[in-house]
Design a binder for this molecule. Structure first.
Ligand code: PMP
Length: 338
């Protein structure tokens, strides 16, 4: 019999898949190979499973998280799912503190995994006792045995990528990777994977792997002020501790329009139903590919799947409401645009 004793054992070891259609405009005589690291193969459906299990392992080792303890984290998305899965498998409670702008579906997913959720008003200042930052701090103080992972400052975030994502990409490409492209949210993925790849290739004849961040236009990483953008999970209005600024060689800003356009193309042309930050990263990777050499190997990381974005990026109505789709007309399930 071949089986796993826990879903947690399935975290990592995600495949590399060549992008062949969205790269077809590149001159075949000069085009590099572009490979997607498809993170929706993780059991929680995103790259954040890696971070969740590493943060919990470390907290168990240090004693910060004791048997029967409670994990308290202000997160609505992928990190919450990863934490919830590992927590239930190891007998911890999870409390997620969320702002009230979070979509009901996302709250339902966390609850489905057995987590408790506390919803706080968005329209208050961060220092207001009702804000989700303050509430998560208070719950961490008040719940006996509570522990707050804080992915924005937790060293295990980048370390999980240094220990898993980086070695996987290096081995899967037989050390031939020349460029690594990834979106930047907390900065954990780029800092950990990038550091590993740079160390491994430091003395290589062709030079070290070039590490390229993809960032929504408006975010601070690409020189913006933090002004709003619609791509989720990436970009910030502050510089988190988890982000090692010495790692990226370049940050490429991508517009919402280009990110969403590429996200939809990935589903229709490559069969990859992925999230908006994946389209953003691929849009940046193609800009890199346009200037690359024929024997270059570009790896672009796709953080999550697309099911959580059906009502947004994959809805023609939503896309045209935001002005991203000039010629609606494609008929999608459940909504017919005339
Ligand atoms: N895309 C999505 C959908 C995410 O949830 C995240 C994590 N915030 C990222 C990209 C960015 O990854 P990181 O936090 O490691 O920079």
């Amino acid at each position: 019999m071949r089986y796993y004793t826990s879903l947690v054992d399935l975290i990592g070891d995600t495949p590399l898949v060549q992008l062949r259609s969205v790269t077809s405009h590149l001159d075949p005589a000069k085009a590099p190979i572009v490979l997607a690291k498809v993170e929706y193969f993780n059991p929680g459906g995103s790259v954040k499973d890696r971070v969740a299990v590493r943060m919990i392992d470390e907290a168990e080792k240090s004693g910060a998280l004791k048997p029967g303890g409670t994990i308290v984290e202000p997160t609505s998305g992928n990190t919450g799912v990863g934490l919830a899965i590992v927590a239930q498998q190891r007998g911890y409670d999870c409390v997620f503190v969320l702002p009230d702008k979070v979509a009901a579906d996302k709250i339902s997913i966390l609850q489905a995994y057995g987590a408790r959720t506390v919803v706080c008003p968005t329209a208050v200042a961060p220092e207001d006792p009702r804000s989700y930052y303050q509430v998560s701090d208070r719950l961490t103080r008040e719940i006996p045995g509570a522990w707050k992972p804080n992915q924005y400052a937790n060293p295990s975030n980048a370390l999980s990528h240094y220990e898993s994502t980086g070695p996987e990409v290096w081995d899967q490409t037989d050390g031939r990777i020349t460029h690594f492209v990834t979106g930047v949210g907390t900065g954990g993925t780029i800092s950990g994977t990038g550091r590993y790849l740079k160390e491994m290739s430091a003395h290589r004849a062709g030079g070290p792997v070039r590490i390229i961040g993809a960032d929504p236009e408006g975010s601070v990483y690409s020189g913006g002020t933090g002004r709003p953008y619609l791509v989720e999970g990436v970009g910030e209005d502050f510089w988190p501790e988890a982000f090692d600024r010495s790692i990226p060689d370049e940050i490429i800003a991508v517009s919402d329009r280009d990110s969403f356009d590429m996200t939809r193309r990935l589903a229709r042309e490559e069969g990859m139903l992925v999230g908006g930050s994946c389209g953003m990263a691929v849009a940046a990777a193609l800009r890199v590919a346009e200037k690359a050499a024929p024997d270059d190997v570009i790896v672009v990381l796709l953080p999550d799947g697309g099911r959580g974005y059906l009502a947004k990026i994959f809805s023609d109505k939503w896309m045209s409401d935001y002005g991203f789709l000039e010629t609606p007309g494609a008929i999608t399930v459940g909504e017919v645009l005339l």
